[in-house]
Design a protein around this ligand. Structure first.
Ligand code: ADP
Ligand code: TRP
Length: 320
């Protein structure tokens, strides 16, 4: 079985990205074969500063490696290092119905807000389909919000296969654990667009400050509280063992504590949890050549596979 997924390098990864996506991708690296890439071509639809994009791609590679992605088990590469994917994207584009793309949410939402969209945003799902089909992927783990794009990919593959013969392997989406939804510092879903994030590789000082500023309710200290409704408790639970969670839940139900104590516990737990990745990241950051080698090796393995699939598709539609 071949697993593939991509992540956009649009900024520093936050706890939501880690628990909701990255941790779960990494857990799948022991499948027969796994491919993970940094989707810089997709990011180009929003990141328009070349230095920022370059930096984001490098940071994303460091982050993923530091968090446990193992290049000896998984193929890690940068999307644009595999030009075969962009070629395959064109082949798929010629058979992609406008109506299908008009219904896709990223484009539809932008249009609904009266904003003008680029052709890149409009055809974003076709590039994503090329990413998936280029490696004969069987399983694509993604967040719930990306499932529509997997359906588009399946539609495009089915119609290409119907017209030109069996070229593409039909992939399946695998929705990541939705219960892993992480709240932000304001209690809403943690997201870059809400400005309520806590970053995985935040420095200790700023992290502590951000945690101490988390919004809490103003009920009296002695009131008992329901832990599951509280975002501080939910954040603590990301890092705590079952026994620690139980103990904290009991404290909530009993009442008689200040939120300052809980914030301190969240900070201590997060700091300890990410200590090892942080050390690994610092080590890797000092060896940019090693990171370049890992990505070059990943790209060469990925190109080999994508080249085979592209040739199959070209022959089928009369290009070779
Ligand atoms: P953002 O909302 O910050 O822009 P992205 O949309 O780039 O984040 O998310 C990348 C991945 O991380 C997606 O697969 C998404 O499902 C996951 N993710 C993002 N925020 C959260 C969250 N708060 N809880 C769980 N998963 C999340
Ligand atoms: N669109 C995905 C996201 O924003 C990233 C992505 C690009 C992707 N190509 C992919 C994910 C192919 C899975 C498979 O999260």
């Amino acid at each position: 079985m071949r697993v593939l997924s991509g992540i956009q390098p649009t900024g520093r990864f936050h706890w939501g990205n880690y628990f909701g996506a990255i941790r779960q991708y990494i857990a799948l690296q022991d499948e027969d074969e796994s491919y993970y890439f940094i989707a810089d071509l997709h990011a180009l639809t929003t990141v328009r500063d070349p230095e920022v994009l370059r930096q984001n791609v490098h940071d994303a590679a460091l982050d993923l490696l530091a968090l446990g992605l193992d290049p000896s088990r998984a193929t890690l590469f940068v999307q644009s290092d595999v030009p075969e994917v962009s070629e395959l994207c064109w082949l798929l584009m010629t058979g992609a119905p406008m109506g299908l793309l008009e219904r896709c949410h990223a484009y539809k939402e932008k249009k609904a807000k009266g904003l003008s969209a680029s052709a890149g945003l409009f055809t974003y799902p076709v590039l994503m389909a090329a990413d998936i089909l280029a490696y004969d992927s069987d399983v694509v783990p993604v967040g719930e919000d990306q499932m529509q794009h997997i359906e588009v990919c399946r539609d495009l593959a089915a119609s290409f296969n119907h017209h030109f013969g069996e070229v593409f392997v039909m992939p399946k989406g695998k929705v990541l654990d939705a219960s892993a939804k992480v709240p932000g510092t304001d209690g809403e879903k943690m997201s870059k667009s809400y400005g309520n994030t806590l970053e995985v590789f935040e420095e200790t000082g700023p992290l502590k400050k951000k945690i101490m500023r988390i919004v809490t309710d103003s009920r009296p200290m002695e009131d008992p509280k329901e832990p599951d409704d509280d975002h501080l408790y939910q954040l603590y639970s990301l890092f705590a063992t079952a026994a620690e969670r139980e103990e904290m839940a009991a404290l909530y139900r009993r009442g008689g504590f200040g939120y300052g104590e809980i914030k301190q516990a969240v900070f201590a737990a997060a700091d300890a949890y990410f200590a090892e990745p942080r050390a690994r990241r610092a080590e890797l950051a000092a060896q940019p050549e090693k990171v370049r080698e890992i990505l070059a090796d990943g790209a060469s393995r990925a190109r080999k596979k994508a080249g085979e699939v592209l040739r199959r598709a070209q022959e089928a539609c009369g290009l070779k």
